[in-house]
Design a protein around this ligand. Structure first.
Ligand SMILES: [Zn+2]
Length: 105
């Protein structure tokens, strides 16, 4: 393995482990639909401001801040990518109702 490829593998591995630590802290399940596949899970800023937070720092720095925040569970929650995108436009109740009424469920 080349040095560059080895370095890339170490970064990806470390990033995945850090993501897993955040999910272990907040819960490895979408708070709205129940999705549990870690690959699809994201972190939602409960009171908004996620876009601004991402502009101020890297994802790595944001994850580190969440891991070290004693109030993390009050500020953040786990959502799958679909629910997180929907949460920008709908209330939690609207998303849950849409999931319940979906022809796919
Ligand atoms: Zn979801």
């Amino acid at each position: 393995m080349s040095d560059a490829l080895g370095n890339l593998f170490r970064v990806v591995s470390w990033t995945a482990k850090q993501h897993r630590r955040v999910l272990d802290l907040l819960g490895c399940r979408c708070a709205l639909c129940g999705e549990t596949e870690a690959l699809f899970l994201t972190i939602d800023h409960i009171n908004g401001g996620g876009t601004e937070h991402r502009r101020r720092c890297t994802v790595t720095a944001m994850r580190t801040a969440i891991i070290n925040d004693p109030d993390a569970k009050k500020k953040y929650r786990t959502l799958c990518m679909s629910c997180n995108m929907a949460a920008a436009r709908c209330t939690d109740d609207e998303i849950k109702r849409a999931i319940k009424e979906s022809i796919y469920s």
